[in-house]
Every structure is written in C-alpha cells, then in structure tokens.
Design a protein around this ligand. Sequence first.
Ligand SMILES: Nc1ncnc2c1ncn2[C@@H]1O[C@H](COP(=O)(O)OP(=O)(O)OP(=O)(O)O)[C@@H](O)[C@H]1O
Length: 267
Amino acid sequence: MSLTDPAQQDPAPPREIAAQAIGLHKTYGKGAAEVRALDGVSLDLYAGQFTAIMGPSGSGKSTLMHCLAALDKPTTGEVVVGGRKLGRMRDRRLTALRRDKIGFVFQAFNLVPTLTARENILLPLSLARKKPDPKWFDQVIDTVDLRPRLGHKPSELSGGQQQRVACARALVSQPDIVFADEPTGNLDSTSAAQVLDFLRHSVDDLGQTIVMVSHDPVAASYCDRVIFLADGRVVDELARPSREEILAHMSDLQSRAMGLAPIGEGA
Ligand SMILES: Nc1ncnc2c1ncn2[C@@H]1O[C@H](COP(=O)(O)OP(=O)(O)OP(=O)(O)O)[C@@H](O)[C@H]1O
C-alpha cells in the first residue's frame, strides 16, 4: 500500500462558510438602459481565508462586495453572513450586523482627522459603547506594527500607516468578515506591501476572514483564493496563484471582454 494512497488519508475537514452569495442578480435601470451588474452569482467565502475578487472594469466586483457586506441589496437572490440571511433582516438589524460582524477597509482611508490613531482604531467600539478586549487590541496593534504611532493624528502618518490604522479599525471589533475595497489603490508599492503583509498576517496569525476587491495582481497574489468575475458572473477561480498566473488570467478575461481571442489562440 502506498503511503500516499488517498483512500487511506483523513478527509479534509469541512470548511466553515463566513459568507455566501446564492443566485445573486442585481439590475440597475430599466428597458434599454438596463444594466445587469450581477447575473446569477453563487459563491461560498470561507472563514480564515484571504480571498480576492478580480475582473475587468464593470464586471460587478463592487456591486458584489456591497451586496455581501449589506451595503446594498440584490434585486433577487440571497446573501448569508455568519449564518444569517440578510434578505429577511430589517434595516436596524442590518445596521447592527454591519457594526458588529463586518469590518470595512476602503481605498480612501476614511480616518477622522481630529482623532489620534488609537482613537480612530477604537471609534467603532466607542460608537457601539463597547470596550475593547485588551488582549485582542494588543495583538492587532502588534500585527499592524503601529504601537509607536498610536498618539499621532492621520496627517502625521504616511499613507501606508493611515491604511494600517484603517485595517486595525476594521479588525478591532473581531468581525466575522472584513471587506476591503481596493485597499492599496492609493498607496506606493512599499506601503502597499506593508498593508498586504498585515492583511495576510491577520488571516494567518489572528484567524481573520478577509475578502478584497482589487485590480492589482500583486495584491491578489497575497490571497489564498482569487475569484474572477466577468459580465456579472463568476467565471473562474485560482488557488494560491502567483502574480504571473493572475496576470495571464486577467489579460485572457480582458481579451474575451473585448471580443478578441486570447493571445496564442486561433492563429
Ligand atoms: N448605481 C448604479 N447605477 C447604474 N449602473 C450602475 C450603478 N452601479 C454600478 N452600475 C453598473 O453596473 C456594472 C457593474 O459595476 P461595478 O461597479 O460593480 O463594477 P466593477 O467591476 O466594480 O468596476 P470597476 O473595476 O470599474 O470599479 C457596470 O456596468 C456599472 O456601470
């Protein structure tokens, strides 16, 4: 018997689902002006993973993320976050879910200029009248590597440091899932690498779940899983891809979107 006989190996443990899209459609406008931003997206996003959503401009990435993060409602279909169906929730419960269970990181850092880094990080908890778990706060601050800067205001921090403050703010309430929309879009490559390292560490060391929309193959190469959208549909996914694999997939999708055969085909 071979030691690597698959039949003799333990089955892989079932993966916990952090969020789910079930048959999502989202339509904007009517008649000739109708746009199908999402055209039947079904997707499981796993807990403890760093997932990227990529695709050509207009493919539906932001719309999908907004529906998953309870910032927008699908026209039809269902979103489930942490086992809760969003479609059945009233606005007050949706607001509470966004506050307590979901973290957000945006391209613009959205920090309050008059507050220090520490105050910005603790703001969501202060607004919810909750106290931070001191051990978790320390872990997040150490992972984000910002301890000496906690007393500084955003204007006294570099772009990369500001985005790391925004990441720490998203994580401090221990959300079920963090959604990051082009988190490195405004950063130079060194600062972007620091932010992506932090996001990677927060998955590996703190067990967080992160879903990131990005155009950047380098950013997506930090992820466990890359999902590709085109024309409002999931068309492909890659596990732990390299930057080069992502680039090749993106250029293939772009060619198809423009009605061209991928390079090297059909000659
Ligand atoms: N509020 C809206 N009203 C009308 N059409 C919209 C609206 N929001 C998005 N769309 C359209 O829906 C489609 C998907 O948009 P979406 O912003 O989700 O794509 P995206 O992949 O995030 O694009 P990008 O990479 O350019 O940000 C596009 O055709 C867009 O023009």
